[in-house]
Ligand binder design. Sequence first.
Ligand code: MN
Length: 133
Amino acid sequence: MTAPIGDSRLVLIVEDNEKNLKLARDLLQYHGFRTIEATDAETGLRMAAESLPDIILMDVELPGMDGVTALQRLREDAVTAAITVVAVTASVMPVDQERFASAGFAGIIVKPIDVKAFPGQVRGYCDSSRAPQ
Ligand code: MN
């Protein structure tokens, strides 16, 4: 038996759409990740500081504070500054992709998520976050 893909890594999912949140959570848990969840950025920031997840999957389009602003807040706080944050967005426009990359997201996962590829993508970002900067 090989270890499940997630290998108990802790993922914070920030996503305001209930169906998207459930799909991501179910897939990740099935593949051996641990998950915590927030449906708005403010709650996500608090949970990130409290739980120090291995990775944050950040929906960009959120009510109130958006994901790009939330990323800036995470970077401004020494406690959360080093956490890997991946943008999850339905936008495939090159201008948006460039905006997300320059904002400091480690990468982008495009919605709707590819259910087969998703767990491996998340694990890949977890692993790359452990490499020296
Ligand atoms: Mn959203």
